[in-house]
Every structure is written in C-alpha cells, then in structure tokens.
Design a protein around this ligand. Structure first.
Ligand SMILES: Cc1ncc(COP(=O)(O)O)c(C=O)c1O
Length: 402
C-alpha cells in the first residue's frame, strides 16, 4: 500500500512535532512550560458558556454550510465596529481560521501555483500549501527591520504568471510585526496591478501594543473584491478549542466556488456556533483588558530575553510571539536537549524550532519561536529555565561565554 506524494512531501508542524519529548519529560515528573504553542491561559468570556448552557433544542441538526445567520450577523456587527463593511452574505463560517485558509488555497490554486508570503510565516501555511500542491514563495524580511515588508519592486520581482495571491498574517505570527497603512497600500497596489488576490489573516487584530493603531487590509476599499479576510475566535476570545473561524470576501463568484468545499464538509458544529455568537457579543472592555495583559507579558518576556547573553531578538509589536535567535547551531536540538536533560527545581520549558516557519531551506535553524501566552509568573519561571539551560548546554556557541 502506498502514500500519496502529497502527504509524504508535507512537513510536520514544528509547533507540535516535539510534543513526544515534552510528554516524556512530564512522565518523568517534570512540569513543562509550553511557550511553543499559541494556547493562551486567558479565561474564555462567560458569554460563551452562557450561550452554550442556554441552548435547548430537541435535535442537534446540521447547520447550513455557510454558517448560522446569528453568528454571521454578530461578526458583521463586529467588523462594522472596525469600520469594515462586511455583511452576513460576504462570509462563511469555518472550522477555525485553519479551515478557512485551507479552503482559500484549494479555491485559488492549481498544482504548482504560487503564493507570496512574507517569511518567516505561520508554520501551518506550509501545511495548507503543501497539501494543495501549491508553492509558497517567500518574501524576505529581516529581524533588524522589525520584519517589515521590502519595497514594492522587490515583491514584484517575485511575481510570475503562476502567482495567485499575496498572503499575510497581520499582526504577524511568528514575527510580531504590525504592518503600516503605507505597507498595506503598497500590497493593495501590487495586487490590483497584477490582478491577484490578497489573503489577510488577521486573527490577532486586537493584539497590538505601544499605542499602535491597527490598519486592516479591509480598510482598503478598492481591493475588497480581491481581499480574502481570515478570522477566528481562537485568539481574540481565548477560545482555541471552539474551532470557529471564518473567511470573508466581497466577491460572489469566489464565494460560489468556495461554497462547494463548505458543502463537502457539510457544516461547522451547531453548538460551537451558538457559543461563538455569545463571544461576539462580549463587551469591548474584555478585549482591552486582554490587550493590557499581553502587553505586560510581552514586556516580561522581552526584558528577560534581552538579559540573556548571545540571544538576539526584536521587540514584537503585535500578536503574542517573538522569533529569537539563540546562540546555538540548531535550535531544535537545543529544545530536545532541554526537555530531556535540563530542569530547574523539576521544571523545564519548551519553544518551537524556528526552521518550520521558513520555506527557504536552511533558514531559521538557530531560531526559536516563543509564545507569551502564559501569565507573568510562569513566563519568569520559563525564562529563568531558558537562561540556565543555555548556560548549561554543551552545544552552545562561544558567543554565550563572551
Ligand atoms: C496566524 C494564524 N492564523 C491562523 C491560525 C489558526 O487558528 P484557528 O484555526 O485556531 O482559528 C493561527 C493559529 O495559531 C495563527 O497563528
């Protein structure tokens, strides 16, 4: 029996593939601080639980393939509060932002078609592209420039007859970059000129810090027919397990094509859509409070990293991740070593190896992505462990001793 080329070519998620090592550490009685995955410890708003508790029907029926009207109306209201004119009929509810991304790639790409993505990028973009036999073409960005976009001519040189879209995460996972209005205008101009789509993954929209105002590609009115917006309740409302996301576009033809995929998977959980509708009715003050909490966590983590010799990183401006260059040859080996060999009073920690966030071979090998999703006390413990582990690691580069 055989496996498809497609599945064999796919890489495992760098965020999850080292979990067997953390399971082993836990079996050995150690506590593991998980900074490898964007799973926040923030409480889900009570509105979710109330909505679920109040849901009473005799039969749990299939929902419509497009998603429930109540939820889509709630999302439409939410977008209008951001001054983005999305209506119920512009969107489909999906199983997380993940399914939305998957459906988008399947809708616009044939085998070998290309998607331009600023690199480093959210590792699962590789999975969605590889599963569809599409190709991610990296737009190079630099840590020392805060992972901001290169000028238009650099991006345009990457465009070929096979390019289907420019795909961004804004605010960025794993970079923490928040694109400026000028950068987004530039992307909109390129997309119009070359007649390609824009995919804007804005699942971290509320998480920008230092008073920075968030601009969405949804604010660029002249690209709304080619802009595919991706969203989710996972991070916004700390409801990752609800698996509710959506894709939105003001383009009926696109929606008619994607509907085939939505119908193929029938629908999204009826009950979770009820819970998510409750979430979108949560008071704005919840999001403001959560933003303050993440900013404080960002500060805690960034301060601790700056104090570690040989560790290099830029201050992230949004989302809740930071890409860190470690004074080691191979961050993956270091993470495994730490889980197997290092603990501080019975506690250890875990990051995600950076290479999985790149498409360019060899890039990100000495990098690690850390998620500041744990409360400050835990972040302090986790960074103390990281500091100690780096000092004890036999494979560390000389830089740490300098
Ligand atoms: C940038 C980005 N997009 C999409 C997702 C998918 O999230 P979900 O499927 O939980 O909505 C994630 C999850 O970490 C993410 O970081």
């Amino acid at each position: 029996m055989q496996f498809s080329e497609r599945i064999r070519a796919m890489q495992s998620s760098p965020i999850r593939r080292l979990l067997p090592f953390s399971d082993e550490a836990k079996k050995a009685g150690k506590k593991v601080y998980h900074l490898n995955i964007g799973q926040p410890d923030i409480k889900t708003p009570d509105e979710y639980f109330q909505a679920v508790r109040n849901f009473r029907v005799d039969t749990i029926e299939y929902a419509t393939s497009q998603g429930s009207n109540d939820l889509r109306d709630a999302i439409s209201d939410y977008y209008k509060s951001w001054d983005i004119p999305y209506e119920r009929d512009d969107m489909y509810i999906t199983n997380g932002g993940s399914e939305a991304l998957w459906f988008i790639v399947m809708t616009i790409c044939d085998v070998g078609d290309e998607l331009l993505v600023p690199e480093p990028f959210y590792a699962n973009y590789n999975a969605f592209a590889q599963a569809s036999l599409a190709k991610l073409v990296p737009i190079p960005t630099k840590a020392e420039e805060g992972f901001h976009l290169p000028p238009a001519d650099v991006i345009e040189k990457l465009i070929t007859p096979r390019t289907r879209a420019i795909w961004i995460s804004n605010p960025g996972n794993p970079t923490g970059a928040v694109y400026t209005a000028a950068e987004l205008e530039m992307l909109a101009g390129i997309a119009r000129k070359h007649d390609i789509y824009l995919i804007s993954d804005e699942v971290y929209r509320e998480f920008t810090y230092d008073g920075q105002k968030f601009t969405s590609l949804g604010h660029m009115k002249d690209v709304l027919d080619r802009l595919i917006m991706v969203d989710s309740v996972s991070k916004r409302f700390s409801a990752c397990g609800a698996r509710i996301g959506c894709l939105i576009i003001k383009n009926r033809e696109f929606l008619a094509q994607t509907l085939k995929l939505c119908q193929g998977r029938l629908c999204v959980s009826t009950l979770e859509q009820v819970g998510a509708t409750g979430l979108y009715r949560t008071a704005k003050s919840y999001l403001e409070e959560v933003n303050r909490e993440y900013k404080s966590r960002r500060d805690t983590l960034y301060r601790a990293l700056q104090e570690m010799k040989g560790v290099v990183c830029e201050e992230p401006k949004g989302a809740f991740y930071v890409m860190v260059k470690m004074p080691v040859d191979d961050a993956e080996k270091f993470i495994v070593w730490m889980l197997q060999n290092y603990d501080l009073n019975g506690e250890t920690m875990m990051g995600a190896p950076g290479n999985g966030f790149y498409a360019t071979p060899g890039q990100g090998k000495s990098e690690m992505r850390l998620a500041y999703v744990l409360k400050n006390e835990d972040l302090v413990r986790a960074t103390n462990i990281l500091k100690g582990a780096l000092e004890a690691y036999p494979g560390r580069l000389e830089a740490i001793r300098a």
